[in-house]
Design a protein around this ligand. Structure first.
Ligand code: PLP
Length: 236
């Protein structure tokens, strides 16, 4: 069943890419397995999926341990407290929720100690929502500046988590805004390798995100099913 859903998501990604004149291979799919047991991760893995996303460090570390031996790239998508940076910097291929210089530096230190080379994305709060995590656009350039001094970790792009849309089209303006910010920072001389990835789009709106330039889409529900049946877990 997961194999079928994965195949459908992959074909929708490919169709959206082609309709936008982009190569399907230029879009990376992260299967968001938060709240789901590692058995389902294995099932998706058996269907060829290699990139998995988690929201919480503790939950992720348990799955990483259970799935040891599988060639999985784990991605941290949820807010990260600086006191967990040490563990996170060693465990994830990408950390997509970087929102402060302090966190950048702690992750880098952890990566140096662990001999790891994680890729970091800066989470941008495009909608200016006080309740959401992420850096407001004006606060991002100092992070790029600090990123030039990292030793092991590297900043490779931007992530956003816009307000929950009523329709997929509602999300378009936020995706476009992130892309415009990326373009503007490119023009202002930020090194292009720091702006390689645009992580945007989830189950409800990944096709719109691809039309607006997403290079990474993060899809949970459309692959693993609804998380609503688990009210004791804080859903996104
Ligand atoms: C949960 C989550 C997703 C996936 O959401 P779905 O709507 O289930 O596809 C994507 N990104 C982040 C940051 C998340 O927390």
């Amino acid at each position: 069943m997961i194999a079928d859903r994965l195949a459908e998501v992959r074909s929708r990604i490919a169709a959206a890419a082609r309709s936008a004149g982009r190569a399907p291979s230029s879009i990376q799919l992260i299967a968001v397995s938060k709240t789901f047991p590692v058995d389902l991760v294995r099932e998706a893995y058996a269907a060829g999926q290699r990139d998995f996303g988690e929201n919480r460090v503790q939950e992720a570390l348990q799955k990483i341990e259970s799935a040891a031996g599988l060639e999985i790239r784990w991605h941290l998508l949820g807010h990260l407290q600086t006191n967990k940076a040490r563990k996170a910097g060693a465990a994830f291929a990408t950390i997509q929720s970087v929102d402060s210089i302090e966190l950048l530096q702690k992750l880098d230190l952890a990566a140096v100690e662990a001999g790891a080379t994680p890729e970091l994305l800066i989470q941008v709060d495009v909608a200016g929502e006080a309740t959401k995590f992420g850096v407001p656009p004006a606060g991002v350039p100092p992070l790029f500046e600090a990123a030039t001094r990292l030793q092991a970790a590297r900043v490779v792009g931007l992530m956003t988590l816009p307000p929950v849309p009523q329709t997929p089209e509602d999300a378009r303006r936020w995706f476009r805004q992130l892309r415009d910010l990326r373009d503007g920072w490119r023009e202002s001389g930020i090194p292009p390798p720091m702006l390689r990835e645009l992580s945007m789009g989830m189950s409800g709106d990944f096709e719109v995100a691809i039309q607006e330039g997403a290079t990474i889409v993060r899809v949970g529900t459309a692959i693993f099913g609804s998380r609503d049946a688990k009210p004791w877990v804080r859903n996104l």
